[in-house]
Design a protein around this ligand. Structure first.
Ligand code: AMP
Length: 228
């Protein structure tokens, strides 16, 4: 078995891996290159927090502590987003599912539209190095382009290479203490999904300790094979 299914319906790819593995960066690349839609539950929750919705209010303190938001809230948010017309192009899930209950809910949602998961791609990294990786990262608040103090500075400090905006932001939960909680949550609640998807025959592994371009190439090849 090659660990992935060819899509008959709009492709569904999942990116698995601990915080800092590069899921967001790689998902944006797949979005640009293959026309898939990146669905990040972290982004959707941050938008709900900023908007001050009921779900956002419930999620705020949980996210600040580095714990997982309740399955009910996250599944409802993902279900709504997945029903939007742009998702008919195919999706790349970034940060969802994170628990077995979410994985089962996703199977059910996809089953309702005759879709299935084509691949769950595990970005394999060394945990200890993730704390350094996360603590240095920042993002353009206008276009979402990711940067890093050590690995990827913008050409001109404070100005986004991609869109020219001067709105660099750092996430409130990207500090060493919260990162440790997020890693614990990953190992306790999300890592079991590796076996879940391996048992379904859709797990693929990518060495995500390499440089960004090498990881992108590996993922692009994998995605091409899945979508061919
Ligand atoms: P992320 O942007 O994926 O690193 O997510 C940031 C935070 O949002 C996490 O630490 C969780 O508190 C929350 N979160 C994002 N996605 C999920 C999910 N699928 N289930 C539960 N909590 C989530």
């Amino acid at each position: 078995m090659d660990g992935a299914r060819k899509p008959q319906t709009p492709p569904v790819l999942i990116l698995l891996g601990p915080p800092g593995a590069g899921k967001g960066t790689q998902a944006r690349m797949l979005e640009d290159q293959f026309g898939l839609v990146q669905l990040s539950t972290g982004d959707l929750l941050r938008a709900a927090v900023a908007f001050g919705s009921k779900a956002g209010k419930a999620a705020k303190t949980v996210m600040e502590a580095g714990d997982l938001v309740s399955d009910d809230i996250v599944i409802a948010i993902l279900r709504d987003r997945l029903a939007a017309p742009d998702c008919a192009k195919g999706v790349i899930l970034d940060g969802f599912p994170r628990t077995t209950a979410q994985a089962e809910a996703l199977d059910q949602m996809l089953g309702e539209t005759g879709q299935q998961i084509n691949a769950a791609i595990l970005l394999e990294v060394d945990d200890v190095k993730m704390v350094v990786r996360i603590a240095g990262r920042f993002t353009c608040g206008a276009c979402g382009e990711g940067y890093h103090d050590e690995f990827k500075q913008p050409k001109t400090a404070g100005i986004c290479d991609n869109c020219g905006a001067e709105q660099m932001t750092r996430r409130a939960d990207d500090n060493a203490k919260t990162v440790m909680s997020r890693l614990d949550a990953y190992h306790e609640q999300t890592a079991p999904l590796i076996t879940y998807y391996d048992d379904k025959g859709v797990l693929r592994r990518v060495d995500a300790m390499k440089d960004i371009a090498t990881i992108q190439n590996a993922l692009a090849t994998l995605t091409e094979n899945i979508m061919a």
